[in-house]
Design a binder for this molecule. Structure first.
Ligand code: ADP
Length: 376
């Protein structure tokens, strides 16, 4: 069982322990030397170069991903050469472009924020005028962690984005959405294997600061019953409707009138699922490997009443995470630390911690207190 992962970031890195346990031979095609998954990266190369990716793929049974940026022509060349690619190009195309994503989700009849494709400032200003004088503009491609997302009251505030669209010859349009008055953000993780089996983890609540995920609470408080059922239904409909294989993360808004709207999709293990490594019977990285290898999926129930994951953002101003272990671990024996082996830099995700237990307030405290030792 040989799995090739394209991309050497922390998601590839966290597949390594799961691969070791399962006896999967995991290989990584990293973008550069010394990346997070360097420990398993036997190849460094350009994932946009077909020959490089094909050569890597010939040595494995299935190709999967640490990110969604592998170009469509490279993905198609792999499929044409008989390589098993999970998730496949048709599914990934939808995760690669937010306009395509909105179109497909609308076609599937799923609840999404009101949206439009706008090609110029006049169209954008019309949408803003129709939506109470404010809207959220997104670049269809290449955005992450809130980059490429802007709340605007006038098209002039994203004038340069229209210029770039013309220059880079991309789809030629921006995505605009209503500014959703959400009560909170939620995420539903599911996994689907090529032969069809789908499983869903408990619905979680995610907390974003400045467009970046900072905390995840599993399960989402006050979500048992209807909310959890609706979210699982939505995510399973997407996984089946789009033919997603592997882990799928569906980012959701819960509105003040208790509706669920789909914001974003990620077709790979996701920050909102990191808690599952310590808090669920089957962690998302193990499950992703099982799914892409078309093996039976593992149980997704929680091991404890509550799991809280807190990201380590930025990291220590001086030194490494490891320098802080002695102080951070003392007095927090139940907390699990995950270090991505990345250099600290403001705003960068360099690790996370997860606490579990039966008292939510205590679990939140434990996770935040431990994470705080690794920052500033
Ligand atoms: P990225 O791809 O960078 O993660 P997202 O589309 O997920 O971008 O947006 C990042 C954050 O911006 C979301 O988590 C949410 O907090 C906020 N956001 C995105 N779209 C909307 C919207 N239509 N209404 C209100 N807030 C939004």
């Amino acid at each position: 069982m040989r799995v090739g992962v394209i991309g050497g970031g922390q998601l590839a890195r966290m597949m390594i322990p799961a691969a070791i346990e399962l006896g999967v031979d995991l290989r990584v095609l990293a973008e550069a030397e010394g990346m997070s998954a360097a420990i398993a990266a036997d190849r460094v190369g350009d994932y946009t170069d077909t020959a490089t990716v094909l050569a890597f793929a010939r040595e494995v049974d299935v190709i999967t991903f640490d990110h969604e940026h592998v170009p469509q022509d490279v993905l198609r060349a792999l499929v044409d050469a008989g390589v098993a690619v999970h998730p496949g190009p048709d599914a990934l195309r939808i995760a690669q472009d937010k306009l395509v994503m909105r179109e497909r989700l609308s076609e599937l009849g799923l609840p999404v924020p009101d949206w439009a494709r706008v090609e110029n400032a006049a169209e954008l200003d019309d949408f803003i005028a129709d939506h109470g004088g404010v809207a959220v503009v997104k670049t269809p491609r290449g955005g992450y962690d809130g980059k490429g997302v802007r709340v605007v009251r006038s098209a002039a505030e994203v004038a340069e984005w229209f210029v770039t669209l013309v220059e880079d010859g991309s789809a030629g349009a921006l995505l605009v959405e209503e500014l959703v008055d959400f009560r909170r953000e939620l995420a539903q993780l599911v996994a689907r294997r090529p032969s069809g089996e789908v499983v869903a983890w408990p619905l979680v609540e995610t907390v974003q600061v400045g467009g970046v995920c900072s905390e995840v609470i599993a399960p989402a408080p006050r979500s048992a019953g209807r909310l959890a059922d609706v979210a699982a239904d939505v995510a399973i409909t997407i996984a089946e409707g789009l033919g997603v294989t592997g882990v799928l993360a569906v980012e959701l808004f819960e509105t003040s009138d208790e509706r669920i709207l789909v914001n974003e999709l990620a077709m790979r293990p996701h920050n909102s699922g990191h808690w599952s490594m310590d808090g669920s019977t089957t962690g998302q990285f193990e499950q992703h490997l099982r799914a892409v290898l078309d093996l039976p999926l593992g149980a997704t129930g929680s091991r404890d009443d509550w799991s809280v994951m807190v990201n380590v953002l930025g990291g220590p101003v001086e030194g490494s995470l490891a320098d802080r272990y002695a102080a951070a671990l003392a007095g927090h024996p139940t907390v699990k630390v995950h270090n991505y082996g990345k250099a600290p830099r403001p705003g960068r995700k360099i690790g996370h911690v997860t606490a579990t237990g039966d008292d939510l307030d205590a679990v939140v405290y434990e996770a935040r207190a431990t994470a705080a030792f690794f920052q500033d």
